[in-house]
Design a protein around this ligand. Structure first.
Ligand code: F6R
Length: 292
């Protein structure tokens, strides 16, 4: 379709007078837009509240897992995800959503925190999801921030994702500086799993979760932006007014490595789920979904 569009555009370019060409070009754009696969449009869904936004995300994950019980699921941590995991646990209990064949890969883990540390992401995942559903813990993966050779650990993680056939569906939050995973500003779009220094903004954002704010680790292991772009489908979930400005820059601004989440604009299948507050600074008019 794109090739036909380009060829027609060239022919129209030669048409005289240019006003007729301009008109025909507009007709061509409208026709092609109708034929564009929805998968190549970043879908933005605005829900009336943060609870409904999280529920919507949980339902998308639940549907994908129902459709493919061997789904390779990419997971995130953070406050935004709490309600998503509560929703998945509820679906497991009420609708017997089956996690027994599901495999998971988390985006990131702090360097220097073991799985027993309540601030580690392994601990978060165990307690927010894994211990409450019928997942085989052997099928759940996070980078090991305690590994003696962190570079080797990152390489191993990338390899493991490949061995599992890649990630089918990745859920993402967004940091106040636009990070996805722990891809801090100026992470390249081709970056892979690696050790990443955490920015002061990120350490400050996560400090309330630590008893002593200074205990927020200086480094994390994170999937790269390139690793995330390789996932077959992405869901970005953002809620709350404090995310409104960065969400609008990431979705409607230019693609730039200064805002890692803006890379999702080139992902072929990305759904952005927002509550009204997080969507309040968007300039375009997106559909407010009130139903489910
Ligand atoms: C954590 C992660 C981060 C968070 C982001 C938002 O695994 O990948 O990118 O999703 O920092 O965190 P919250 O939800 O706490 O605002």
């Amino acid at each position: 379709m794109e090739q036909i569009r380009r060829k027609c555009a060239w022919i129209i370019f030669l048409i005289q007078p240019p006003t007729l060409g301009g008109f025909l070009f507009q007709v061509l754009e409208v026709c092609c837009e109708d034929n564009l696969s929805p998968a190549y449009v970043m879908e933005v869904i605005i829900q009336p509240s943060s609870e409904l936004a999280a529920q919507f995300a949980a339902q998308m994950i639940g549907r994908a897992l129902h459709a493919d019980p061997r789904l390779v699921l990419g997971l995130a941590t953070g406050c935004t995800m709490d309600a998503v995991y509560t929703g998945l646990i509820q679906m497991h209990r009420e609708e017997t959503l089956d996690f027994s064949s599901c495999r998971t890969f988390n985006l990131d883990e702090y360097v220097g925190l073991s799985g027993e540390n309540p601030n580690s992401y392994r601990y978060y995942m165990n307690h927010h999801l894994f211990y409450h559903v019928n997942i085989d813990i052997k099928n759940t993966h996070l980078p090991d921030g305690m590994a003696s050779d962190l570079d080797a650990q990152c390489e191993k993680y990338e390899k493991l994702i490949k061995e599992y056939g890649g990630i089918d569906l990745q859920i993402l939050g967004i940091g106040q500086n636009g990070h996805i995973g722990f891809n801090e500003p100026f992470s390249t779009f081709s970056s892979r799993t690696r050790k990443q220094a955490l920015s002061p903004v990120t350490r400050e954002q996560n400090a309330p979760l630590f008893q002593v704010p200074d205990e927020v680790p200086l480094f994390a292991l994170t999937m790269g932006v390139g690793t995330i772009l390789d996932c077959r489908q992405c869901i970005l979930l953002a809620t709350g007014e404090e995310k409104a400005a960065i969400v609008s820059q990431a979705i409607e601004g230019s693609m730039t490595s200064a805002i890692s989440a803006s890379a999702l604009q080139m992902h072929p299948e990305c759904t952005v789920i927002l509550d009204q507050e997080a969507g309040s600074k968007l300039k375009s008019h997106y559909h407010l979904m009130t139903g489910r």
